[in-house]
Design a protein around this ligand. Structure first.
Ligand code: NDP
Length: 474
């Protein structure tokens, strides 16, 4: 049961100015109970629809999201501080792509026919799990809500979605979009609150599955709580991913990859390639070009379409990132660029940190080992392929990895040996909905996107069908 200990309202802020931009009422314990009851009722009728009809509604929701791209991108930028040039191009549209993809998949979800000889056959049914709780992080609020809702709903589940308390606004808009698209009442509902609400969802007996995007400690807490009721979980957690640049790579392309892998969304991306391993023959050339291009990044008001780097999401996140930078400097890691909070003019009101590059001599410093979740890249030299594979895998995380090389055989050979849920060759951080996404080791369990997600939002029922009378020994 939800113990109401946190404040009764959420006051999201604009991280570029620190100003409060809205007031959102927290879902009470009574409301949560009513929403769960409504969702469980609604789910039965939703699951009984022809899958193609479910798909049609998801498809309409995708169209509405695209039509409202500018408005929703603006809201996402105001609440997260991410540059409008990003939110207009990625956040809403990736959510719409996901809805469109699963709209098409809905009617193809099927079990198997299993031949058991002349006297019998078997088949499996893929059935929805029931009521799923989605719990989101603050870095891609709308995209995360869509990535969880689209496959869950396509499979015939209902969903209660709790956005991060820091970014509650666009998930509420998604509920509006679904309503306009014709989704029956109760099938997708947003609940608003703090970590205690997330805990209540995770512990609730009438919730069949929890899909969390968040940090590793929260993932552990969710899995432990879900374990008490043996709920299904999907966990999309943090990372400290390697990006490996071999000396035959196109260096400018690799620099582009490294910058996108560290500075997009001010570095607040779970799959970021924050350990950039560069083969020693091209290390100084790589660092020179990287520093020159980083110096030209346009930092400022995220609502300005020219801005490339906005603020971090909150003062707390900024302080955390600055703490990581200070510790790295204290540990003697060489600072190549950045490293400061920006306070000039209007920037002083917001939570801006310069894109920062370190060059570390080895893998021992905290900046090489801990997830920072800010615009901070660490470059490391390496000599051999075997060495870099071992160092890339020497982490508790396993979300993603990148390999830059012109040698196609080496690219596949290296990728096959990396402990990572997603690998990119000569690219970084692109996440088409068609490809499953998720982590190994401490980076998570389960997969979002692609056909793989269907397995995580359905259960299999096996049915044995006898074609002959029972051969009874009694
Ligand atoms: P948190 O883990 O702090 O929070 C994630 C969500 O869980 C929030 O909605 C939070 O609520 C809620 N929550 C907190 N405590 C509990 C609990 N005990 N039980 C259930 N829910 C709870 O993560 P952040 O929001 O700080 O996001 C940053 C982290 O997310 C980073 O580590 C990043 O790597 C990871 N991430 C992973 C991604 C992936 O796909 N692998 C993608 C994006 C981010 P509230 O905020 O209201 O306290």
């Amino acid at each position: 049961m939800l113990q109401q200990v946190s404040p009764a309202v959420i006051t999201p802020i604009d991280p570029a100015t620190g100003a409060v931009i809205d007031t959102v009422r927290v879902t009470t314990a009574e409301e949560l109970g009513a929403k769960i009851a409504l969702a469980r009722d609604a789910q039965k009728d939703w699951a009984a629809l022809m899958p193609v009809e479910r798909g049609r509604i998801l498809r309409r929701a995708a169209d509405i999201l695209r039509a409202r791209n500018d408005e929703l991108a603006l809201l996402e930028t105001r609440n997260t501080g991410k540059p409008i040039q990003e939110t207009r191009a990625v956040d809403v549209l990736s959510g719409a792509d996901c809805l469109e993809y699963y709209a098409g998949v809905a009617a193809t979800i099927a079990g198997q026919h299993i031949d058991l000889g002349a006297g019998a056959f078997g088949y499996t049914r893929r059935e929805p799990l029931g009521l799923v709780a989605g719990i989101g992080a603050w870095n891609y609020p709308l995209q995360i809500a869509c990535w969880k809702a689209a496959p869950a709903l396509a499979c015939g589940n209902a969903m209660l979605f709790k956005p991060s308390e820091q970014t509650p606004l666009t998930a509420a808009k998604l509920e509006e979009v679904f309503r306009e698209a014709g989704l029956p009442e109760g099938v997708f509902q947003v609940v608003q609150g703090y970590g205690d609400l997330g805990r209540a969802l995770t512990e609730h007996r009438d919730i069949d599955k929890v899909s969390l995007t968040g940090s590793v400690p929260t993932g552990r807490a969710v899995m432990a709580a879900a374990g008490r009721n043996l709920k299904h979980v999907t966990l999309e957690l943090g990372g400290k991913s390697p990006l490996i640049v071999f000396d035959d790579a196109d260096i400018d392309n690799a620099v582009s990859g490294a910058m996108l892998a560290n500075f997009y969304s001010s570095g607040q991306v779970c799959s970021n390639g924050t350990r950039v391993f560069v083969q020693r023959a091209v290390l100084s050339q790589f660092l020179d070009r990287l520093a020159a291009r980083t110096a030209k990044l346009r930092i400022g008001d995220p609502l300005d379409p020219e801005t490339q780097i906005g603020p971090l999401v909150s003062r707390a996140q900024m302080d955390l990132v600055l703490g990581h930078i200070e510790r790295a400097r204290g540990e003697g890691v060489r600072l190549v660029a950045g490293g400061r909070r920006l306070t000039e003019g209007a920037l002083g009101q917001g939570f801006f940190v310069e894109p920062t590059i370190f060059e570390a001599a080895d893998d021992s410093a905290a900046i090489v080992r801990d997830e920072v979740f800010g615009p901070v890249m660490t470059v490391l030299g390496f000599d051999t392929e075997d060495e870099v594979i071992a160092r890339a895998n020497d982490t508790e995380f396993g979300l993603a990895a990148g390999v830059f090389t012109q040698d196609i055989t080496r690219a596949h050979r290296v990728v096959a040996q990396l402990d990572a849920g997603t690998c990119w060759i000569n690219q970084y951080n692109v996440t088409p909905i068609e490809l499953p996404f998720g982590g190994v080791k401490a980076s998570g369990i389960g997969r979002e996107n692609g056909l793989a997600a269907i397995e995580h939002y359905t259960r299999i029922k096996s049915v044995y069908v006898a074609m002959t009378p029972i051969d009874c020994p009694y």
